[in-house]
Ligand binder design. Structure first.
Ligand SMILES: Nc1ncnc2c1ncn2[C@@H]1O[C@H](COP(=O)(O)OP(=O)(O)OP(=O)(O)O)[C@@H](O)[C@H]1O
Ligand SMILES: O=C(O)C1=C[C@@H](O)[C@@H](O)[C@H](O)C1
Ligand SMILES: [Mg+2]
Length: 160
């Protein structure tokens, strides 16, 4: 959530000469409504089902960089699909998250008591992020360009 997936994903895609795609954006485009509305109108479970399908479709058909929603790894089937894929977990702490996005944007899971909720979600999810990740890259104190360099190094990727 605001760690830099889009910013860094685009930089890496540019370096690799591929496109960057985002499953949250795929869901919003297919549904024709924002994620917050999907949560409110149909509930988180429904959103997670849409998300699992969106990840499966993107992994099968998109050869470039793919950004996943923050909770995508909650689905065991998604985690199995990610085995063998060069996944990077972009990491940051709470203070940095507050600086970057203020935790007050359209993030339904952070609607109430965002700081505490962010901490709880991160604590619960960190083991899942690290389980699927081939590399963990800290984004703190690094510009997006520096983060992109670190990702390229960690995955041993070369600029085209
Ligand atoms: N390494 C960085 N250092 C400082 N600010 C950054 C860094 N990377 C991204 N940002 C800024 O943080 C904000 C969130 O970045 P971005 O939208 O790329 O994150 P995201 O992970 O795609 O977020 P979302 O979960 O909303 O999709 C933007 O304002 C961006 O410019
Ligand atoms: O962390 C999460 O559970 C979420 C993160 C976003 O990317 C969106 O997928 C949605 O707001 C849920
Ligand atoms: Mg994004």
């Amino acid at each position: 959530m605001g760690v830099g997936k889009t910013t860094v994903g685009e930089l890496i895609a540019e370096r690799l000469g591929v496109f960057c795609r985002d499953t949250d954006a795929d869901i919003v485009a297919a549904q024709g409504r924002p994620i917050a509305d999907i949560f409110v109108e149909d509930g988180e479970e429904h959103f997670r089902a849409l998300e699992s399908a969106a990840v499966r479709t993107a992994l099968a058909g998109h050869p470039g960089v793919l950004a996943l929603g923050g909770g995508a790894i909650l689905d065991p089937a998604t985690r199995r699909l990610l085995a063998g894929v060069p996944v990077v977990f972009l990491d940051m702490g709470l203070r940095e998250a507050v600086k970057r996005v203020g935790l007050d944007t359209a993030r339904p899971l952070l609607a109430v008591n965002p700081r505490q909720k962010w901490r709880e979600l991160m604590e619960a999810r960190r083991p899942l992020y690290t389980e699927v990740a081939r590399a963990v890259v800290s984004t703190e104190g690094r510009t997006p360009e520096d983060v992109a360099d670190a990702v390229m190094d960690a995955l041993e990727l070369k600029t085209v």
